[in-house]
Design a protein around this ligand. Structure first.
Ligand code: WAQ
Ligand code: MG
Length: 272
């Protein structure tokens, strides 16, 4: 997958408020199919009917970087209150201050209509340039071979669906950047209550029941080191990245097992 790749992106809004979006990298024949699928998704979204849908198909001029997907696991959780505690423990271990965590948990619930993610430093101070829009990550995809492998691995855990695959691809692109510490994500779809904390250190950690069913607040926060936002924003928006390798997909793991990787249950690498 090198030459002849297209970035396909969709943005749907109503009265300029974001409703849904999608992005991927595809070969030309698949690009048409993806564009149609994305526009179907836009017109039938649980967050509402858009008055404007923009689908862009754009040939890549740059050769994409090849990356591995983050390893996946799920924390056992049944309530939003304990979900927030799990998120706090993970983010604390990544070096985010308690003030930063509070700010992120508060802001992430109001971020959905922006369409983009917020970037914050470890103290929870917003660092992305466009406060009204956030930063939209695009130009990321997965090779057909890696997609098939990932599908099999997620399938064994009963989580092989487009939402999980797309979120994992996004998180794998974002968290690969050396300036990014980690990511907090809560879906803004009222019917979807599983969120995640992703990082190089702990992988893609799914947190079920992070919010109540029917709640349409959600968003994403990327935490960064330092103050030099520009190269990070440019990477997130413009650098084409393709997942060509997948990592382990665990079942349930406790926060303790995640924070302490020398614990005895650790990693049996899947052979695929
Ligand atoms: N770039 C930046 N921010 C984005 C992007 C993007 N490409 N896509 C979505 N967001 C932000 C935006 O503010 C959305 O409102 C918010 O994230 C949530 O997006 O393992 O469904 O598409 O079970 O609602 C994660 C858990 C699901 C999956 C994430 O997010 C799993 C999800 P949504
Ligand atoms: Mg959504």
């Amino acid at each position: 997958m090198a030459a002849g790749l297209y970035s396909v992106r969709m943005r749907a809004s109503r009265r300029s408020r974001h409703i849904s979006g999608a992005e991927g990298l595809f070969e030309s024949r698949e690009a048409t199919i993806a564009a149609r699928r994305f526009s179907d998704r836009a017109m039938n979204h649980e967050r509402g009917r858009p008055d404007k849908v923009v689908v862009t198909i754009e040939e890549l001029r740059e050769k994409p970087d090849h990356i591995a997907a983050l390893p996946v696991c799920t924390v056992r959780n049944s309530r939003p209150s304990t979900g927030r505690k799990i998120v706090s423990e993970l983010l604390t271990a990544l070096g985010i201050s308690s003030q930063g965590i509070e700010a992120a948990l508060e802001a992430v619930r109001k971020a959905g209509h922006l369409g983009g993610a917020l970037i914050m430093n470890t103290e929870g101070v917003r660092a992305d340039p466009d406060l009204a829009r956030g930063v939209r990550v695009s130009r990321m995809g997965i090779s057909p071979v890696a997609r098939a492998k990932l599908g099999r691995m997620l399938g064994r855990r009963g989580i092989n669906n487009e939402r999980v695959r797309e979120a994992l691809i996004l998180a794998s692109k974002v968290n690969r950047h050396s300036g990014i510490i980690g990511e907090l994500c809560i879906s803004d779809d009222p019917g979807y209550t599983t969120g995640y904390v992703a990082s190089k250190r702990f992988g893609y950690v799914r947190v079920p029941h992070i919010k109540k069913k029917g709640d349409s607040s959600g968003g994403r926060v990327f935490f960064m080191y330092g103050i030099d936002t520009e190269p990070i924003v440019s990477y997130l928006q413009s650098r084409p990245v393709i997942v060509t390798e997948v990592s382990t997909c665990h079942g349930f793991r406790s926060v303790r097992e995640i924070l302490n990787p020398s614990a005895p249950t650790q990693v049996v690498r899947d052979r695929i």
